[in-house]
Design a protein around this ligand. Structure first.
Ligand code: NI
Length: 254
């Protein structure tokens, strides 16, 4: 299995990070991406990836867009030079919290998309309550040959079909799939099938049942894999192998 979206460098893991990584490997998680949310956080992600043999991403989350540098490409350049970096993100639009002005969110999203295109790197997208504006920006900036994932996908079947059918994006499936209220997400997953799906935890947040309410960690991706197999009616081994192959392809992992 691959945990395509974790925050292993988060301070929630400061007390036992080595044990967390060891538990993940023992559970069959053979690759993990630790995802940055602003420039300083992305630096911590890279340092963590180097120390523990993970991969990292460099990005500015829409919450942090108000503090983003004017020249984003110049600010990202030293970080992107590190061979542990496998993606740009998380980036996107979040109109649920609106922690940054919406025009700043859009500017920083577009800048990261252009940088991903120049660098031939995949994008990790975060969006919440912003579907129409987000898709409009995708139609502007996301050209054929670019790669990306809708992290923590929780949309419906129509949205899933647009992301997969129009943009060939992957959908990141996390612990929400196991929640009792997530029938719409389960329908969406069945509508697109296994091929575009990759697994994630978004740890330390959003732990799947039966760990819900606890600190999430990469080993718990196994619970989401089991639920996905049940939802799709596929053997577990097909789900773990299929999602891992899709994640390796997206992030160009060995
Ligand atoms: Ni995240």
């Amino acid at each position: 299995m691959i945990d395509s979206h974790a925050h292993v460098h988060d301070k929630a893991f400061d007390v036992d990070r080595a044990e967390v990584v060891a538990r993940a490997r023992a559970a069959g998680v053979d690759a993990m991406l630790t995802v940055g949310c602003d420039l300083a956080d992305s630096g911590r992600a890279i340092a963590c990836a180097r120390e523990y043999g993970l991969r990292a991403s460099v990005g500015i989350h829409p919450h942090e867009a108000k503090d983003a540098p004017e020249d984003l490409a110049a600010a990202f350049a030293p970080l992107l030079a590190d061979p542990a970096v496998a993606a740009i993100g998380e980036t996107g639009l979040d109109y649920y919290y609106d922690h940054s002005p919406r025009d700043a969110q859009a500017r920083v999203l577009r800048a990261q998309m252009r940088l991903a295109r120049e660098r031939d790197l995949p994008l990790i997208f975060h969006h919440r309550d912003a579907f129409d504006d987000f898709v409009a920006i995708l139609r502007d900036e996301f050209v054929p040959g670019m790669r990306g994932v809708i992290h923590c996908f929780t949309g419906d079947a129509e949205q899933a079909k647009i992301y997969v059918g129009e943009f060939d994006l992957k959908l990141g499936i996390g612990g929400v799939l196991t929640f009792k209220t997530a029938d719409g997400l389960r329908d969406a997953v069945r509508a697109v099938g296994l091929a575009p799906l990759i697994l994630e935890t978004d740890c330390p947040y959003l732990a799947p049942i039966p760990h819900r309410g606890k600190r999430n960690e990469p080993a718990f991706v196994a619970a989401t894999a089991a639920k996905l197999a049940e939802v799709l009616g596929e053997p577990l081994v097909a789900v773990t192998a299929g999602t891992a192959a899709a994640a390796r392809d997206l992030f160009r992992l060995p």
